[in-house]
Design a protein around this ligand. Structure first.
Ligand code: NAD
Length: 275
């Protein structure tokens, strides 16, 4: 059983490799380009940071939803969602107004489509639930949505699944906490909440991809949510190179072969174009 958890790992900002990487961004970009040019089996792990330039806030960045309002974390925690109708009502209001419904993919998403066209991308594991990789043109067969999708709803009692837009229409018509029409159970977006099991097949695919890649590219993730973040040490221990693209330090920067700190929608196209 694999439960979705957030683990806070102290970030060692003063480690030698990290400070040297931060000191010379262009040197890091060159190093990363070289690694990508040599790689043949690339696995990408994306997080909320790749979608912020599409107008969807992340959770833990400086403008993150939880950074600004730590109480909001309750809505993403199964225990609170099931126990408290007020948490569910708030979650439904948030879903109805979510930025993802009007967001478009940005050049960061497009760069990963380019990487796929170059024949290098083996698997794209995303922690995101917004569906923007597929909207950008990534092959759905290569995408593993390890934390599910907000574009569907699922009944927590009978497991029935349906498109989110149908239930959002009921919310807009005045149902504050719409129940399942088949069994009366609690409905939730088909995302993996904290405390909820991941889909075993998705997890196995992600871990196998990490074990067998020759380069892991981690993009826009604080790398603090497990088991997704566990792909990083798995790939390293299996001999893969590691590139991290993220504005803020992550716990895995010290073991990365290159760390790129710029904005993802600028850095990722520059990295992929040159490979
Ligand atoms: P996170 O919020 O923990 O971390 C995001 C990281 O991205 C931060 O370290 C931040 O500094 C960095 N970042 C943000 N914008 C950036 C940019 N433009 N350029 C460079 N770096 C940037 O996100 P996480 O690690 O993915 O974990 C949060 C969980 O919540 C995941 O499951 C995530 O998918 C989910 N979530 C998803 C969405 C979405 O689907 N778009 C949005 C919010 C949260």
């Amino acid at each position: 059983m694999f439960i979705y958890v957030y683990i806070s790992v102290p970030v060692r900002k003063s480690q030698g490799i990290l400070s040297s990487v931060v000191a010379s961004e262009s040197e890091s970009l060159e190093r990363a380009r070289g690694l990508l040019a040599r790689a043949q089996r690339v696995v990408v792990l994306t997080g909320a940071g790749i979608s912020t330039d599409s107008g969807i806030p992340d959770f833990r960045g400086p403008n993150g939803v939880w950074t600004k309002n730590p109480e909001a974390e309750k809505m993403a925690t199964l225990q609170y969602y099931v126990a408290d109708p007020d948490v569910r009502k708030k979650a439904w209001r948030n879903r109805a107004e979510h930025a993802a419904w009007t967001a478009s993919p940005n050049p960061g998403h497009a760069a990963l489509v380019d990487l796929e066209r170059q024949g290098k991308l083996h698997t794209l594991v995303t922690q995101n639930v917004d569906g923007l990789h597929q909207l950008a043109g990534s092959d759905p067969a290569k995408v593993v949505e390890i934390h599910g999708t907000m574009r569907d709803v699922e009944c927590l009692a009978c497991g029935e699944r349906a498109p989110m837009e149908r239930v959002l229409a009921r919310v807009k018509d005045g149902e504050e906490d719409p129940p399942c029409r088949t069994c009366g159970g609690i409905l939730k977006s088909a995302t993996i909440s904290f405390g909820q099991n991941l889909v075993a097949e998705d997890l196995v695919r992600a871990q196998l991809a990490a074990e067998t890649c020759d380069l892991l590219l981690a993009v826009g993730s604080s790398l603090g949510v497990y088991p997704a973040a566990g792909m990083v040490p798995i790939a390293k221990e299996s001999g893969a190179a590691l590139i991290i693209v993220n504005a803020e330090p992550t716990p895995f920067d010290p073991i990365a072969d290159a760390v790129l700190r710029g904005s993802i929608s600028e850095v990722l196209p520059a990295l992929v174009r040159a490979s």
